[in-house]
Design a protein around this ligand. Structure first.
Ligand code: D5M
Ligand code: FE
Ligand code: ZN
Length: 515
């Protein structure tokens, strides 16, 4: 295998059980025959040494027969030692390697710092909606009351400007034939004997039945409803005042006028998910190609890496999953994942959230990993947040959500509105509902907390999900919705249900949000 890049060298070292200093790897990468230099370095290493040092590599390169003129000097911090006739790859040999993070020394295995020409001081990342360490839910009835009340309040506030609503108990007291509007959570959807739709809405004072006639254009919108989402309706009360004939139906939605923010400089973020390390179908080669590419000049502006869950395959997630496991121990899966993560340039800022295959509670919101797992995933000081959370990268807000509810949106909505082929269109519906997983008690498990972390309170600039293993992106009211595919080839289960995954893609978003 050619060893022309730091990432490949690190991989090779790791496969032989060694760590290395960053600079040692850079020098090996720049040697005229990296593979031979690496072999020589390992052969001559002291028997008990586990870490390849820069000094040792220097010694090996210098003592090599036919000694080359060294180009190392005080003024060249990259100290490539390369043959002067070798064309230098700027991604590995330009001299402005980012400084090591202060706590990067000692016992941590080598990470591919590379020597990309990036200035970390220009970076800015803020995180919102992270509930890690802040879970208060006990699963009691009162928790459900609290979380639904919070959901209702937050989403109703987005609808109040559009309708002149009354609480359900006030509507009950109104006379038949009056115009009325209400804002409520969808508590039931039924079709009547004559094919109309009866939608029951619930607010903090009670429930009220609303009838959508089948021949009205808004009848199509009923097909888009999920239980427990919050909508507003406007219409006329029946003569006896007991039911509302709906004329208009509103979703909290994203205003069409939403203007997305951009960063102040040309910078990019790679948005990925569903790596599934530990699965026999994990595509290591595709991952290596991606991490190799990140070390090239073409990728120099990709300074951020956002990972939206399913870092590992997990254990006991689906029936018979163990037959497809490559690594059966969950901690070993994370250790291996961390090794793979080390292949990305060490100067990248990495943010990740868990998914349904990860070792945290399944119910959403999912807190970030516990200390034990964080200690394993120390590569490049990656930062972990809850699922979902909002990561604002140099002014551009990215709502990261793993995406389990997409299965439900795709199952419940008409095919032309949401399908596995166009996962971003299913995401549009979540944006419209301003909630990442409205339906309680279905496929997506929800955990009641004192507030509803799943509400999309602020309109994000980018909405990033994964889970369905399909690549898709598009804009909804100027919000970029992107589902990031996966790094796992088709599993037996996926074959059985005809899911054809988009594996090995790493879409990236630019400072002007995307290309
Ligand atoms: O999910 C990947 C996709 O495949 C997602 O759309 C769910 C679906 N999937 C995969 N395996 C199963 C089983 N056994 N039952 C139901 N749905 C499944 P991921 O979370 O990555 O496995
Ligand atoms: Fe997945
Ligand atoms: Zn998943």
């Amino acid at each position: 295998m050619p060893l022309e890049t730091p990432a490949r060298i690190v991989r090779e070292l790791a496969s032989r059980g060694y760590n290395a200093e960053r600079e040692a790897v850079t020098r090996l990468a720049d040697a005229p025959d990296s593979a031979a230099a690496l072999d020589r370095a390992l052969e001559t290493m002291p028997a008990d040494a586990l870490k390849l040092t820069t000094d040792h590599v220097d010694g090996v390169l210098e003592s090599h027969a036919g000694r080359r003129e060294s180009h190392r000097g005080q003024s060249d911090p990259s100290g490539t030692g390369a043959d002067s006739t070798t064309e230098l790859d700027p991604s590995v040999s330009t001299g402005t390697a980012a400084p090591n993070p202060p706590d990067d020394g000692g016992g941590v295995p080598h990470e591919t710092e590379g020597s990309r020409n990036v200035d970390r001081s220009l970076r800015a990342v803020e995180v919102a909606n992270d509930m890690t360490g802040d879970s208060t839910g006990t699963g009691e009835y009162s928790d459900f009351v609290a979380v639904f009340r919070d959901r209702y309040e937050k989403l109703a506030s987005k609808l109040r400007g559009r309708v002149n609503h009354r609480p359900t108990d006030a509507i009950e007291a109104m006379g038949g034939g009056s115009e009325a509007a209400l804002i409520g959570m969808v508590s039931d959807i039924r079709s009547t004997a004559s094919g109309h739709w009866l939608v029951e809405l619930e607010d903090t004072t009670g429930t009220f039945p609303c009838l959508v006639m089948k021949d009205r254009p808004i009848a199509d919108l009923v097909q888009h409803l999920l239980f427990d989402e919050v909508i507003a309706v406007e219409g006329t009360l029946a003569d006896d005042g007991g039911i509302l004939f709906v004329d208009s139906l509103y979703f909290p939605d994203v205003p069409r006028t939403h203007e997305p923010s951009t960063a102040d400089r040309p910078v990019q973020a790679a948005l990925i998910s569903d790596i599934h390390v530990g699965s026999q179908e994990f595509m290591a080669d595709a991952w290596h190609r991606f991490t190799d590419w990140l070390h090239t000049p073409e990728a120099e502006r990709v300074e951020y890496l956002l990972i939206a869950g399913d870092m590992v395959e997990g254990v006991g997630i689906y029936p018979d999953q163990d037959e497809e496991l490559d690594i059966i121990d969950i901690y070993e899966q994370y250790e291996r994942f961390s090794e793979y993560l080390k292949e990305v340039p060490g100067d990248m800022e990495i943010r990740m959230i868990p998914g349904n295959h990860d070792a945290v509670r399944l119910a959403e919101p999912q807190p970030g990993f516990d200390e034990e797992l964080r200690d394993i995933m120390t590569a490049h000081d990656a930062t972990i947040h809850s699922n979902p959370s909002v990561v604002t990268v140099e002014g551009v807000s990215v709502l990261m959500y793993h995406g389990v509810s997409l299965d439900e949106v795709i199952a419940e909505l008409p095919d032309e509105e949401a399908s596995y082929e166009d996962p971003h269109e299913a995401m549009y519906h979540l944006l419209k509902k301003r909630h990442v997983a409205p339906q309680y008690g279905g496929h997506t498990r929800l955990a009641p907390e004192k507030k509803d972390y799943l509400v999309i309170e602020d309109v994000p600039d980018v909405f990033h999900t994964g889970h369905v293993h399909k690549l898709g992106w598009g804009e909804y009211h100027n919000v970029l919705a992107l589902n990031s595919g996966c790094w796992q080839a088709q599993t037996d289960f996926q074959k059985s249900v005809n899911i054809d995954p988009d594996a090995g893609y790493a879409p990236f978003s630019t400072s002007t949000r995307w290309t």
